[in-house]
Design a protein around this ligand. Sequence first.
Ligand SMILES: [Ca+2]
Ligand SMILES: [Ca+2]
Length: 287
Amino acid sequence: MSVCGEFYTRDGDANLDDKVDVRDISVTANWILGNENVLPYSDFGWYEADVNVDDKIEIADITGIANLIMGKPVTKSNDLRSEFVPVVCLTAEDGFLCMETDIPVAGVQLSLTGMVKAEPLLGKAASFIQASHAGDTLRMLAYSLKGETIPAGKTTLMRWPEGARLAGAAFSDAQARSLKVETRGDIATSNEKIGLSSYDRILNYPNPFRGTTTLVYQLDEPVDNAFIQVYALNGSLVDVVEGLGTQAGENRFVYSTRLTGGTYIYRLVTQKQGVTTYSKSNTFMIK
Ligand SMILES: [Ca+2]
Ligand SMILES: [Ca+2]
């Protein structure tokens, strides 16, 4: 490919088809949610999707793409430097996750771990929602394509199940500004950063198997800890396999299991300096 001449770029054209329309929103939402089966990564224009130019793809960019479709201005990160940044305060009260803000909110993005099943958003946020649930991680987006917002003040966002931890939260206002997030009180937060690498893969052979199989995975660099989570198809965690190799390069681990016959989902979890990364999940079948 030649790199001379002009670089093509168009704000908001996340699927690189020379148009900015609602498809760019769904592609960007799927990218954030990690819906890899829906979105071909090769067709995702990262720089086109980062419409507020803050080097992150978050809910604010979806709000921004919606604004571009509606012909409204988008606030870019360069415009924000000396500006007051509104705060969204999150609290967990009586088993519910609540948010409190001084300004209307146009986009909500939440990552929660420790989730046995998907929990729906409540109230105004429930009317514009997209979610993905993988293993014990729930990722949710709420945004409006009609310029509607969640009013300022206090809002109940969702039920907060016991054991749930907040692994990430991002909010945007109607101008596609990323809002500052604070948590207050006894909200259970997690230091885990949810990795969305498209390269980390794990596989096993033989598959299907009975009793014993070999897990194979590549690590780009040494990690502090590596283990495997195994989930039943209903999303419940049924096994955690510890003691896996942590060296860079190819690692193999012979996995013996007494799980009953059936299909299971598994993924590799690595931890390095407090950052947790999940591989793409894979499936195996026990005969
Ligand atoms: Ca497009
Ligand atoms: Ca961005």
